[in-house]
Design a protein around this ligand. Sequence first.
Ligand code: UDP
Ligand code: MG
Length: 314
Amino acid sequence: MNPRYSIVAPIFNEIDNLDELIRRIREVMDSTGEKWEIVLVDDGSTDGSSERIREIAKEFDFVSPVILARNFGHQIAVTAGLDYAKGEAVIIIDADLQDPPEVILDLIEKWKEDYQVVYAVRTERVGESWFKKTTASLFYRIIFKITDVDIPLDTGDFRLLDRRIVDVMGTMRERHRFLRGMASWVGFRQIGVPYKRAARYAGETKYPLKKMIRLALTAITSFSYFPLQMATWVGFICAGVSILAIPVVIILRAVSEQVFLGQASTLIAVLFLGGVQLISLGVLGEYIGRIYDEAKGRPLYIINEEDLQKRKGS
Ligand code: UDP
Ligand code: MG
């Protein structure tokens, strides 16, 4: 019999969080009185988390291990988890206990009221640096402004997805994934539940600035053409300004002593335009690189087959 609920937790070097994660989730999920499973996706950990996950899977029936062949990144790890989750409702949660497992019960409650996506909205974030909070807040607002999909503010991947949503998302095999956007894009009935984001139980963040920027770029390029259109607007503005400048220069030359001399003004104009063109090329490159990645059609992730065979019920 398939479980009613599947919890998907991506794990990248979270050895000190694993046991506490299982304990807390077990406490919460057992209280539902229904069948549940937890899919632990190991995203190429190097700190012994993979071995610990295999041990935990042997010990507990409700644990399904999915061990990836290397580090594929958080969004891909969650995707692998969604692919292997069997539940009618699937809950994505971080493994570092920043998303309190107790909130899962609130998500389930809304799901039972017939919502297909129940996302958890961070009303407060504890134990994170000022820099992380500010950049994250800015990130959500920029994405919200420029994308064509209504991606809720201050919402991470901590959410419940109905089986229907998981199945549809399973058919969306894009390489550069922004799952929050994809879940919003699918539609159906969606609602937010407020919660207070806790501090990490143990360990350090696995999302340094570089990875955050990459995720932001993925979010923007996956759901908006705005950066591409920006080149058009800047082009119009520059062309407009230069056309206006022609009569101004001629009139000033004719009626006054004012003459535009020297290389500086020319150089500034040329450098400005050169800069704008290079930036536009970079933007194009960002999109083309992604098209190239899609065209290659490589699998999203590779899993360790041996572990798959050992999975219970498969
Ligand atoms: N994670 C992952 N692969 C990665 C980076 C992170 O599976 O390449 C997992 C990580 O183990 C954690 C979750 O994604 O369970 C969220 O990461 P983290 O807590 O470091 O991000 P933050 O909460 O600081 O934004
Ligand atoms: Mg975290």
